[in-house]
Design a protein around this ligand. Structure first.
Ligand SMILES: *Cc1c(COP(=O)(O)O)cnc(C)c1O
Length: 404
């Protein structure tokens, strides 16, 4: 393989299409897909050295694969971290982080408004292994600080949240974490490195669901953890050899190609989301629009600073209504009346998706957990894609203008 000979100091846009394009002797222009579970060794001596990590070279895809490595290097370059390790899904990235950093008796401080499965994984599954998590307010830095105990190991934030777009102040949380010798991890699935690079703001680890905006076209699942060589390569990479949470080379290739158009997609979808949010704010059947790109958002200034001046593709809005039953019926009517938007849970896709969080992504939570996360029955989430905005507005009006 011919290694890349890129100059130093390239911009993220350039890295997105140029980083980690190691070519085989065929000189292919598009990145090769090494869809193989193992690699043929030339002789026993060399195989022994490779398996002992004494000589570079591929052996088995659970240990390393060139296509997966390309995705890892490109994502790390865009994120501004030393390295990245790819995983099969976003949840397996979070599991990898939990299993490598935490042990029985450890404590985690995390936001109560995180992704539903993250709340379950930390709050229920990891609790069975003696890891306790305190869930605190997304936005209140003092609450994070107050929840730290002598056995706390990790602060884990996700910003902005799904679906309300509430922010954590990453730099402030990094300061809190580092003052106590703790690690800060940030789930950056919503923003991607195009809008937000948590490591530059002090985060030690950046966690991804690559399934969402990184991939961008709703085809495959993927995940990653980005950070230092010491933590991500040495600790997590070594663990992966035993644990097998690996990303398939095929899926790695799809996400790798997705990264090439990431900047264009995120900027176009963010601009469309802002326009749609402003338009929804003026509709009489809309009680509130949750979008950090709006001037009305309580953390708008922080969002503009932290997210490169954009709000991302995901917005949510509450319909007008009196009680939970009526709110749910109205939300269902608006969603079921759409003919262009897809009723599906994925987000960050070039196809606009629409969901009812209280009965889907957050359906497994207790009513109390949902209330704490601010997810009402009248809430609708829209992840804005690349369709013409007039068609999306007309699609939402089909339901908004025919409410009983
Ligand atoms: C979807 C999502 C995850 C989980 O990722 P999967 O790829 O679905 O496993 C984690 N965090 C956030 C913020 C997400 O949106």
């Amino acid at each position: 393989m011919t290694p890349s000979t890129l100059p130093e100091g390239l911009h993220p846009e350039t890295l997105a299409v140029r980083e980690a394009t190691a070519r085989s002797h065929w000189g292919e222009h598009s990145e090769a897909l090494y869809l193989t579970s193992s690699f043929v060794q030339t002789d026993c001596e060399s195989a022994a050295r490779r398996f002992a990590n004494e000589e570079p070279g591929y052996t088995y895809t659970r240990t390393a694969n060139p296509t997966v490595a390309s995705f890892e290097r490109r994502l790390a370059a865009m994120e501004g971290t030393e390295c990245a390790v790819a995983t099969s899904t976003g949840m397996s990235a979070i599991l990898l982080m939990a299993l490598t950093l935490l042990k029985n008796g450890d404590h985690v401080v995390a936001s109560q408004s995180m992704f539903g499965s993250t709340l379950k994984l930390l709050g229920s599954e990891m609790a069975r292994f003696g890891v306790e998590t305190s869930f605190v307010s997304q936005t209140d830095v003092q609450a994070w600080k107050a929840a730290i105990r002598p056995n706390t190991r990790l602060l884990f934030a996700e910003t902005p949240t799904n679906p309300l777009g509430d922010l954590c102040d990453i730099a402030a949380l990094a300061e809190v974490a580092h003052a106590r010798g703790l690690l800060l991890a940030v789930d950056n699935s919503f923003c991607s490195p195009v809008l937000q690079r948590p490591a530059e703001l002090g985060a030690d680890l950046v966690v991804y669901s690559g399934t969402k905006i990184l991939e961008g076209q709703g085809r495959v699942m993927a995940g990653a953890v980005c950070g230092s060589t010491a933590l991500v390569d040495k600790v997590m990479g070594t663990f992966m050899r035993s644990a097998g949470l690996n990303l398939s080379p095929f899926n790695a290739w799809v996400v790798l190609k997705g990264l090439e158009t990431l900047g264009l997609r995120v900027r176009a979808q963010s601009a469309a989301a802002l326009e749609l949010a402003q338009w929804l704010e003026r509709h009489p059947e809309v009680a509130h629009v949750h979008y950090s790109g709006l001037a009305s958002h309580p953390q708008h200034d922080l969002a503009m600073r932290q997210q490169g001046g954009l709000g991302g593709p995901v917005l949510a809005f509450d319909v007008v209504g009196h009680d939970a039953q009526q709110l749910r019926a109205k939300a269902f009517h608006i969603i079921d009346s759409t003919r262009v938007c897809s009723i599906t849970a994925n987000l960050g896709d070039v196809k606009t998706t629409i969901t009812h969080p209280a009965s889907t992504s957050h359906g497994r939570l207790s009513e109390q957990q949902r209330q704490a996360a601010g997810i009402g029955q009248g809430l609708i989430r829209v992840s804005v894609g690349l369709e013409h905005l007039d068609d999306l507005k007309a699609d939402l009006l089909r339901g908004l203008d025919t409410l009983a």
